[in-house]
Write a protein that binds this ligand. Structure first.
Ligand code: NDP
Length: 334
């Protein structure tokens, strides 16, 4: 089977830290990197042994790539995805899919029309903790799921103290960075859809004034389940986690909202507590494998473009709620 040839859009940190390794480990080949800065693009290509550094999409597509991995800042995802679809190239796009819902919908429509896969890189779907929780819920082990809690907070590492804290236009803030992941993850674990959200946001002094560096949200799901989410960049000593509480039992995952495969899952009922055995594997490798399979016509990517539209709709409704103080309907098709 020939290796899938990938072009990187953006000489990004996430590429450096996770995705270049994941693409290689999933059997892919990286043929080119596109950066808006020629010197940074060349240095990046040299660092990772990538044959070609380009500064335009046209030159990237001329490299003969089958797919792109999109990891530019968020406001640039839409334009480059539309161009990729036009070029007949499959797209693995970072979250949030875009900064506006119309852009995200246009990305899905363009990829569908072109017959190329659009995947959203919601890596937390591939965590063993979350997959096991989903399986137990699907098997009815906790009865009717009634409430959920997500803590997706920590301290943003200093090397990421750039656009995420300063550029509203690029989609800065904890909501577009973290709440968007929680929304997708709860949809995945619960097989349920978020309906309304209310959010309070905070500026704890890390982000530029006017940009939230933490947020607390409440979501009602279609089933009636209530979820609360705490997301933030500012707390150094917090433990992440996901809990789902049902009529007959509870699932408590700890230290699981990270990029590194780790964490524990406890299943609690009237009979006591059970530690669920987990098979931890690199989330990003699993995600790229699923993307490659989808490109070969086998199944769907871990999170589709449509999933990315919904998680973005939740994040945008959270931002609007934080701004207006209103309870917002979540509408992926406004
Ligand atoms: P970066 O900080 O690497 O910045 C993104 C883009 O900005 C780069 O692709 C690059 O584009 C440009 N850039 C990089 N360095 C500089 C610089 N020194 N000066 C000016 N511009 C620069 O972003 P991340 O890697 O943190 O995030 C990229 C995307 O990935 C985002 O959409 C983010 O939300 C997502 N992400 C997803 C994660 C996940 O787990 N799914 C985790 C982390 C991020 P160019 O080379 O074209 O100039």
């Amino acid at each position: 089977m020939p290796a899938i040839r990938c072009g990187l859009i953006g000489a990004s940190v996430i590429g450096r830290e996770w995705m270049i390794g994941a693409i290689h480990e999933a059997g892919g080949e990286i043929v080119a990197v596109m950066s808006t800065d020629p010197a940074r693009g060349r240095a990046y290509a040299e660092e990772f042994g990538i044959a070609l550094a380009v500064t335009s999409l046209e030159n990237l597509f001329a490299s003969g790539n089958d797919a792109v991995y999109m990891a530019t800042t968020n406001e640039r995802h839409a334009h480059a995805t539309l161009a990729s679809a036009e070029a007949g190239v499959h797209v693995l796009c970072e979250k949030p899919l875009a900064t506006g819902i119309k852009d995200a919908q246009a990305m899905v429509a363009a990829c569908e029309k072109a017959g190329v896969v659009l995947a959203t890189n919601h890596h937390l779907r591939k965590a063993a903790t979350h997959r096991a929780a989903r399986d137990l819920i699907r098997a009815g082990k906790i009865g009717r799921p009634l409430s959920a809690r997500v803590v997706h907070a920590g301290y943003l590492p200093p090397h990421l103290h750039g656009w995420r804290l300063t550029s509203a236009a690029a989609g800065a803030g904890a909501i577009l960075d973290l709440t968007v992941h929680d929304a997708d993850l709860l949809r995945f674990i619960l097989d349920d859809e978020p309906v309304v959200i209310t959010t309070l946001s905070q500026n704890g002094g890390l982000a530029r004034p006017g940009i939230e560096d933490a947020a607390l949200s409440l979501i009602r799901f279609r089933s009636g389940l209530l979820a609360h989410l705490f997301d933030g960049f500012t707390t150094k000593y917090v433990e992440t986690g996901v809990e789902v509480h049902g009529s007959d039992g509870s699932l408590v995952a700890r230290d699981c909202m990270s990029q590194t495969p780790r964490g524990t899952l406890v299943f609690r009922t009237a009979s006591g507590e059970e530690n669920i055995p987990l098979d931890h594997q690199n989330y990003y490798v699993r995600g790229v494998r699923a993307f490659h399979e989808a490109m070969r016509g086998k199944g769907l990517p871990a999170a589709t473009g449509e999933d990315g539209v919904i998680s973005l709709a939740v994040a945008l409704a959270a931002l609007e709620s934080a701004k207006t103080g209103r309870l917002m309907a979540i509408n992926p098709n406004p």
